[in-house]
Design a binder for this molecule. Structure first.
Ligand SMILES: Cc1ncc(COP(=O)(O)O)c(C=O)c1O
Length: 406
């Protein structure tokens, strides 16, 4: 599945803009739906779906183990593609069933003791905050929020002032789920290095990967967690964890299993040298190949070209929404993602989502469990999230704004 060097699957050279007609042709529902929920579960390119189906059919014909043997080479290529996407080697990638599984494996593996400090952001995803709170309660550590800067995104300088030897974890959500805000992940890495901090830097790239560049090495993160089904446009039930060389040198996963660790038959074991130590034995091989196809498709489209188109589409959408009577856009931050969160007239978010769906417009609702504090600040019972992708067009954005204006 190596990418051709000069031209790629979507028919462009690496520095060209997205060929919108081509990517729409590759996305069967693009013309029948106004699909604006790519931060939820995106429409996959046809190659992703056919890769999954073909592999499942092969499993049906020859059995799961034989199918895996036949496709060993293609399966082994998936961590290499994921590594290319996040700036690491294939042996720094562990395949995972979700971003939550990846993040939890990383966090659970960091040794914590009484008095340790865990620093995180106000925009964090609840499924990250909850294990931090639980772990802190269990061992007697503390969880502290890094203050936001004036633009509403986490302030790297404030982080710098909080750092000391007891800070063991710095957990940052790159692009929030409930707001367009993004964290300056690179500056946070720089602050950690400048302070000579020993903290483990966990970057949740669940919502950023596939819509903007995320390079673990450049950022200086120790762990990057990712999911397949959102802006990467992969199958559900897929994801991965990328780890730094420092993690491979110093961190033993919790828990371990026989996929990446060897039992000596008595009372000892040896942890393997690669990130596979974080992976579990069983996985959906069809899903893994589909994830690989999705990553290769994104690489072929070009992450910089994707980002450029998404900045354009999401800026236009925010401007158009702001002009509708009764609509308030809630996104903050100097750098924003393609996640556009707004409140609109209506008595219930999900009712509004269903109403729009009846008009062929797919968005989702933002509700408290994701991040109760952020959602409370919206002060509305009808909060929606629209998340365009590069296959969307201006007329998709108009379909949403027209439906909301009715
Ligand atoms: C910022 C963020 N982190 C993590 C997750 C969890 O991802 P997954 O559902 O793949 O576990 C989500 C899901 O919406 C998210 O938005």
């Amino acid at each position: 599945m190596a990418l051709p060097e000069s031209t790629n699957r979507v028919g462009q050279t690496a520095d060209m803009a997205i060929d919108v007609a081509q990517v729409r042709a590759d996305t069967p529902a693009a013309d029948s739906l106004t699909f604006l929920d790519n931060a939820g579960s995106a429409l996959s390119p046809a190659i992703v779906t056919s890769t999954v189906i073909d592999y499942l059919e092969r499993e049906q014909r020859v059995g799961g183990y034989a199918a895996a043997e036949e496709e060993a080479e293609r399966l082994a290529q998936v961590p290499a593609s994921a590594g290319q996407l996040v700036g690491v080697e294939a042996d720094q990638i562990a395949l995972m069933p979700s971003a939550t599984a990846a993040w939890l494996r990383a966090f659970a593996s960091v040794p914590l003791e009484s008095g340790d400090r865990i620093l995180t952001t106000r925009a964090e995803y609840a499924s990250n905050v909850l294990p931090m709170l639980q772990s802190a309660r269990r061992v007697g550590a503390t969880v502290e929020f890094i203050p936001d800067g004036p633009d509403g995104s986490v302030d790297p300088a404030a982080l710098g002032e909080m750092l000391d030897a007891r800070v063991k974890v710095v957990a940052i959500t790159h692009a929030a789920s409930q707001n367009g805000v993004t964290a300056d992940a690179t500056e946070i890495g720089r602050v950690l290095r400048a302070a000579d901090s020993n903290a483990w830097y966990l970057l949740d790239a669940c919502q950023s990967l596939g819509q903007m560049p995320v390079d673990l090495t450049e950022i200086g993160a120790d762990f990057v967690s990712a999911t397949g089904r959102k802006f990467l446009r992969g199958p559900r039930g897929t994801g991965f964890l990328a780890v730094s060389p420092r993690v491979l040198a110093e961190i033993e996963p919790v828990p371990i299993d026989m996929f990446g660790t060897t039992w000596d038959g008595n009372l000892d074991y040896t942890v393997g040298p690669t990130a596979a130590r974080f992976q579990s034995m069983e996985t959906s091989f069809a899903g893994v190949l589909g994830l690989g196809a999705a990553i290769d498709y994104a690489l072929a489209a070009g992450i910089d070209a994707i980002r450029e188109r998404l900045v354009m589409l999401s800026t236009h959408l925010r401007e158009a929404l702001a002009e509708i009577d009764g609509v308030r856009v809630h996104d903050r931050g100097a750098q924003q993602s393609a996640i556009v969160v707004f409140s609109c007239p209506g008595s219930d978010s999900w009712e509004k989502v269903r109403e729009l769906r009846r008009n062929g417009v797919i968005v989702t609702a933002i509700t408290e469990p994701t991040n109760p504090r952020d959602v409370a600040t919206y002060n509305s019972v009808c909060v929606l999230r629209a998340s365009p992708h590069y296959y969307n067009t201006e007329s998709d954005l108009s379909a949403l704004t027209t439906a909301l204006s009715r």
